[in-house]
Design a protein around this ligand. Structure first.
Ligand SMILES: *Cc1c(COP(=O)(O)O)cnc(C)c1O
Length: 375
């Protein structure tokens, strides 16, 4: 076997989907086949909403068919207009949801200590047209939700958290998903918890839950009344069943990720020019990603050189989040997208590599990855 073939066979990917037991899934599929109820708020859909509310310690959950549609729908539900303050350091869906609602995204720089929007820079970006803030708990690290709420209350703004990375994250025993007016989750295959494609919105009261359930079903309220220009973003029974099974094993998966993080940190702490995040006190993390930051001068190699070296060795790390959303063609003409407005975000985007991080990494995978980074 030549080197290329060997490496292709031994590839270590940045993530790997958590898959339910196939026999158990088949049993549930049989139930769906028997009932012939395959979508539209079926039995597994109801069970999964209840089970997630319980697991996540939140009052109301509305399931969606992916993690982008709850962002779009949250803005519709709250009737957001004008300008929305957000972070450029995220997956592009965050800003796209603002654009699809006909609103203008206004980028604010991040705090280099967390990668999250810097609350102290929000006020300067508020104009009479601002109606909402859309922060992201990037890598599952909690935003300063207290400070953000204070600003929102002072200026009469709504807060929608893109919590796509923050499944199961708690601060002092309380779910981070209870912050703001709404939070959204993604259950995409690449996330800590997945339903293949899927997502959810978290809200705090029953009236909002009912409104959102209407919005995700074309705006139907009952059989013959349409109360809003809704959309179709319902989750089907197969994926709800799959989700119920995955929920039973997600804690084990998070613990496996935690063990990988411990090994990475131990080996990388002494490495000159490589930094990473430590756990925050009082926070239950989900270890959704393991970003490292390369200081080219001190490390003796640029971020992209290290990225290429890893790739050559069959280790498929990813540069999340590079490029910044504000650098994509749709957004780079915006005043707030100017690089001198976003120095911390640029610095982070230019130095980040996310190492392989998932529940199924073996000791050998971790060692091979570390061998590449620790020189
Ligand atoms: C994954 C992700 C989304 C989109 O979720 P999908 O389920 O892929 O639509 C939105 N925001 C962030 C920050 C994400 O990482």
């Amino acid at each position: 076997m030549n080197r290329e073939t060997f490496i292709a066979m031994q590839q270590i990917t940045v993530t790997s989907p958590l898959l339910p037991n196939l026999d158990e899934f088949h049993e549930m599929l049989q139930q769906i086949w028997d009932s012939k109820w395959i979508t539209n708020n079926g039995s597994f859909h109801k069970q999964l909403e209840a089970a997630l509310a319980d697991y996540l310690k939140v009052p109301y959950v509305s399931l969606f068919t992916n993690g982008t549609l709850p962002l779009l729908t949250a803005m519709q539900a709250l009737r957001i207009t004008g300008e929305v303050i957000t972070t450029p350091y995220s997956f592009v869906a965050t800003t796209h949801s603002i654009w699809w609602n006909g609103c203008k995204p206004v980028f604010v720089d991040i705090d280099p200590k967390t990668g999250n929007i810097d609350p102290e820079k929000i006020e300067a970006a508020i104009t009479p047209k601002t109606t909402a803030i859309m922060p992201v708990h990037v890598y599952g690290k909690p935003c300063d939700t207290g400070r953000i709420q204070q600003i929102a209350d002072t200026y009469g703004l709504k807060v929608i958290y893109d919590a796509a990375h923050a499944f199961g994250v708690e601060v002092n025993g309380e779910s981070i998903l209870n912050a703001g007016d709404m939070s959204t989750l993604s259950f995409h295959a690449t996330k800590v918890y997945n339903t293949i494609e899927g997502g959810a919105m978290i809200m705090h009261d029953e009236a909002t839950k009912r409104r959102v359930d209407d919005l995700k079903n074309f705006g139907f309220h009952g059989e013959v009344t349409v109360v809003a220009p809704g959309i179709n973003s319902k989750m089907d029974e197969m994926r709800a069943a799959y989700g119920l099974l995955n929920l039973r094993q997600v804690d084990k998966a998070i613990e496996a990720r935690h063990q990988v993080a411990i090994k990475y940190r131990e080996a990388l702490r002494p490495v000159e020019g490589i930094t990473f995040f430590d756990d925050m006190p009082g926070v239950r993390h989900n270890y959704s990603y393991f970003p490292i930051f390369v200081d080219a001068e001190r490390y003796g190699m640029t971020r992209d050189e290290l990225y290429a070296k890893m790739k050559d060795n069959g280790i498929l790390s990813r540069r999340y989040f590079y490029p910044l959303i504000s650098d994509f063609s749709t957004y780079r003409g915006l005043e707030s997208a100017r690089p001198d407005n976003l120095p911390n975000a640029h610095k982070m985007a230019d130095s980040v590599i996310c190492l392989p991080m998932h529940h199924a990494l073996s000791q050998e995978d971790v060692e091979r990855t570390l061998e590449c980074v620790v020189k």
